[in-house]
Design a binder for this molecule. Structure first.
Ligand SMILES: C[S@@+](CC[C@H](N)C(=O)[O-])C[C@H]1O[C@@H](n2cnc3c(N)ncnc32)[C@H](O)[C@@H]1O
Length: 343
């Protein structure tokens, strides 16, 4: 993994020279913001036509999203790795498909080889190939749209989709995604999804999402589905969601999609007041911190301990801090996080 981070940094330095001056000021959020506002087809056409923009996107991905393990994307993968390792469950196994693989983050951080990955943006995949060839890894990357039919046959034991599903907006796209995931997975295979911190607001919504996905022929693993927080004691907090499923049957959701299911409806913060109560996730420069220890609060644990919690930073901090206290035997019981107004 450290080799992979090192080579990401070197590829970032190399491709930075290819970024035309007029795109150098574009930020990660700026590029993503533009892309999010467009349909996948228009977004990929934009990146394909404006070549330097795609290179800028790839550069920012390697330099900020990965950033030697300090970027959110790399941290999310490390959190996933930690959760799966701690559980000793063989969830990522066999033939692996990485949906929305970007620069090959999942394969890179989890030290996987022979992974098939796809993403909407060719420049990210080009960077992924560059990094892989420098460390002698053999993964396959193709350009494809997760909201269209996937160009793969049903041979995968694991489908990983890290920090991507929150981009699904329309019911048709949600349907296309989960139907394709079900189609390419063998029965008994794993579907592993991570969602970024701002994509789910409440425990109940997390449970609802898990329930809706079950409608596509999956069984949710309640022990390995939940919220992951960093517990390495630093004041820069990291948190995200992980959802793990086993494919049990072919998708039935073509017949029925839960009417309340839709990722854009469950974003944090859920109201202005709650936004006002949000506290910063870090006191100093968060990029100077590399998180190494994580704790999964499983869906079952979250639901029994924090049923009405809103996942704003303050609540997560309370949960994480109580974990720290419990570990160092300085504290007693885990206090309930103070619910935000309107929760
Ligand atoms: C936040 S990144 C996550 C990358 C990586 N999976 C990880 O865990 O760090 C989201 C990725 O999804 C890709 N993406 C967004 N919409 C997509 C679509 N419709 N089809 C395929 N990939 C898509 C983006 O290009 C981007 O690389």
């Amino acid at each position: 993994m450290d080799d992979w981070y090192r080579e990401c940094g070197k590829v970032a330095d190399l491709i930075e020279r290819e970024v035309p001056d007029w795109y150098r000021s574009r930020t990660f959020a700026g590029i993503i913001g533009d892309i999010k506002a467009l349909s996948p087809k228009k977004a990929s056409s934009l990146i394909a036509r404006k070549k330097g923009l795609g290179t800028r996107y790839a550069y920012l991905y390697l330099a900020k999203g990965v950033d030697g393990g300090k970027g959110y994307q790399a941290c999310a993968c490390e959190a996933l790795r930690s959760v799966l390792k701690d559980s000793r469950r063989d969830a990522i196994r066999g033939r692996i498909l990485d949906v929305g693989c970007a620069v090959g983050v999942t394969a890179g951080v989890l030290d996987l080889e022979g992974v098939a990955g796809f993403d909407l943006f060719p420049d990210l995949l080009r960077a992924a190939r560059q990094v892989d060839s420098r460390i002698g890894r053999n993964n396959t990357y193709v350009v494809a749209d997760m909201t269209r039919e996937w160009p793969f046959r049903s041979v995968f034991d694991t489908v990983v989709c890290g920090l991507v599903c929150h981009h699904l907006r329309e019911q048709n796209d949600i349907l296309a995604f989960f139907t394709s995931a079900s189609r390419v997975l063998v029965t008994g295979g794993s579907l592993i999804i991570t969602l970024p911190s701002g994509s789910v607001s409440t425990t109940r919504q997390l449970e609802e999402i898990a329930g809706a996905i079950e409608g596509f022929g999956f069984r949710c693993d309640g022990e390995l589905t939940g919220m992951v927080v960093s517990t390495d004691g630093v004041r820069s907090l990291f948190w995200m969601f992980v959802l793990l499923f086993t494919k049990t049957s072919d998708s039935r959701a073509a017949v029925f999609i839960h009417p309340r299911f839709g990722f854009p409806d469950v974003r944090t913060p859920v109201s202005r007041e709650q936004k006002g109560e949000r506290v910063r996730s870090s006191e100093k420069n968060p990029r100077s911190v590399r998180h190494t220890a994580f704790r999964l609060l499983s869906l079952e644990e979250l639901y029994s301990s924090f049923p009405e919690s809103v996942f704003v930073f303050r609540n997560v901090r309370t949960i994480a801090d109580s974990e720290d206290r419990d570990r160092s035997n300085q504290g007693g019981t885990c206090p309930m996080p103070e619910p935000c107004r309107g929760a």
